[in-house]
Design a protein around this ligand. Structure first.
Ligand code: ADP
Ligand code: MG
Ligand code: MG
Length: 483
């Protein structure tokens, strides 16, 4: 089960934090007895099966078609990733401010339409989303109950020791279930072996992302105030909690079975819908025909609470992230100066491609930039030499094609070595980590019912791979241990 553990002479290293050298030593994995690693690998794999730390196994044909068939443990790091406590607190503290920002931005239709107007010409998918947004403006559609289940992702820049935001996910911010599980796994491993490993299980922050998200969905359902209504999960697994009926439908099914009532309410397959959670609908691949777009429009027109609404979805695009990082833009949405300063502190360098200075710099030193299209789900960004090639090509073409992208400062996190498990096989590798902080927001008219941080997702990827998006298949889930 366990393969290749190179054993060298070991030492315990101190972790450098913003304050200098931390008192918590991090573990040098070279010193761990391979027998202990084997034992922990074995126990963690058993734990994964017993506690549902599993994902669909693509190598099994009927996986995904027949519930309960073809599952494999989620790829994960054997031990939690050390993370400085100050940065963890900082990420938690900004979560409710980001929630509020998304809500405020979503209310400013002109800002969304103007900021995305060039992108609209270059990107067909964003253009379709904006069309739905425009239609809602035409009919003066009001969203009184607003539900956001977001995930803001960060990396810790090694050189500056700054916690920098990678992106904000406002649609299908996934893995709250798996991330809660993995924290439990790491805590239980450290309860048994923490002393040997010099890691304290109490320093693994508790992770209630899944119950807090379920709670937020339930509270949104309560606000809708129709006891006979249900939660609609657009494709993929719906959880049956809080005794609220839920149903799962694909966009195609919703097009076929959905009806708008005269009062604006939505009925799908004979069932009234209070809340719609989008597990899908964030990539062009989810809309292979006009039928899927009709379903999206139908839902948007309805009075059901959409998570996300079209304006929340647009507020989470990379172009909007870049516009918000421009000077004096946050001030348009937030009043509290301290809040503004806290958000700005985690903004990395972000640029539009109509900035010729930055284009020249990126052509010269492409390794310091990431080029990002308006896409979600990982595997879409451009790195390194490809950035230079793409920029030069676009300059030659001289079309509006560049408006589909933004440029971002490349962040270089600290590289550490850890044990990774995938398909039951353990190997040791150099990794970098990305911390995601979940946030929930619920508002009914002027009353803010929920605005909170809800647990976290730590993902590690092999340091030599550019992209850690899970769709691209490189990332492993982990918990963190505070350093
Ligand atoms: P997506 O919405 O597809 O997840 P992201 O912006 O999160 O798009 O980018 C995908 C991955 O690319 C991230 O998980 C991260 O590993 C890497 N990445 C993104 N932006 C940067 C950056 N500025 N510096 C370094 N790596 C980045
Ligand atoms: Mg994303
Ligand atoms: Mg991402």
């Amino acid at each position: 089960m366990f393969q290749s553990l190179p054993l060298k002479s070991g030492k315990v290293e101190a972790v450098e934090t913003q304050e200098g050298i931390s008192s918590t030593p991090s573990l040098d994995f070279h010193v761990i007895d391979p027998k202990l690693v084997d034992k922990m690998v074995d126990e963690s794999l058993v734990w994964s099966s017993l506690h549902g730390l599993v994902v669909g196994d693509k190598s099994i044909q009927r996986s995904g078609e027949v519930p309960g068939v073809g599952m494999v443990h989620a790829p994960f790091a054997l031990l939690p990733i050390p993370f400085p406590e100050t940065h963890w607190k900082q990420a938690c503290e900004v979560a409710p401010i980001f929630n509020e920002l998304v809500d405020r931005v979503s209310l400013d239709a002109k800002f969304l339409q103007d900021s995305l107007s060039r992108t609209k010409k270059a990107d067909g998918f964003t253009s379709r989303l904006l069309d739905i947004h425009s239609k809602m403006l035409e009919i003066n559609k009001r969203e009184e109950i607003r539900l956001g289940l977001h995930r803001s992702d960060y990396m810790l820049d090694k050189q500056t020791k700054l916690l920098l935001q990678i992106e904000m996910n406002t649609i299908a911010a996934s893995f709250c279930g798996l991330s809660s599980r993995i924290s439990e796994l790491h805590r239980s491993l450290l309860d048994s072996y923490g002393e040997l490993l010099q890691l304290n299980s109490e320093r693994v922050p508790g992770n209630t992302a899944v119950s807090q998200f379920a709670d937020a969905l339930a509270k949104a359902w309560t606000e809708y105030n129709n006891p006979r209504s249900a939660v609609l999960v657009v494709v993929q697994v719906g959880e049956h909690t809080h005794n609220i009926r839920s149903l799962r439908k694909t966009l195609g099914e919703i097009d076929a079975e959905g009806e708008l009532q005269a009062d604006g309410s939505l009925i799908v397959d004979g069932q009234a819908i209070a809340v719609i959670y989008f597990r899908s609908g964030y990539t062009p691949n989810d809309y292979p025909t006009e039928s899927e777009w009709r379903a999206r429009l139908l839902m948007e027109q309805s009075s059901a609470i959409k998570c996300p609404s079209i304006s929340y979805h647009l507020a989470g695009t990379k172009k909007i992230q870049q516009e918000l990082a421009k000077p004096n833009v946050l001030e348009r949405f937030l009043d509290n100066k301290e809040d503004i300063a806290k958000l700005r502190k985690c903004f990395a360098g972000l640029w539009s491609l109509d900035d010729s200075d930055i284009i020249s710099k990126a052509i010269e030193r492409p390794e310091f930039f990431v080029m990002k299209p308006q896409r979600e789900g990982g595997g879409n960004n451009i790195y390194g030499k490809d950035v230079r090639e793409a920029l030069i090509r676009m300059q030659k073409e001289g079309t509006e094609g560049d408006a589909a992208y933004i440029l971002m400062q490349r962040i270089f996190p600290t590289v550490s070595s850890t044990f990774l498990l995938r398909d039951g096989i353990c190997h040791k590798d150099d990794v970098v980590s990305e911390l995601g902080i979940f946030g929930a927001y619920l508002r009914n008219k002027e009353k803010v019912i929920i605005n909170e941080q809800c647990g976290y997702l730590m993902r590690t990827k092999i340091s030599s791979s550019d992209e850690g998006g899970v769709a691209a298949g490189f990332a492993h889930k982990a918990a963190m241990v505070l350093a």
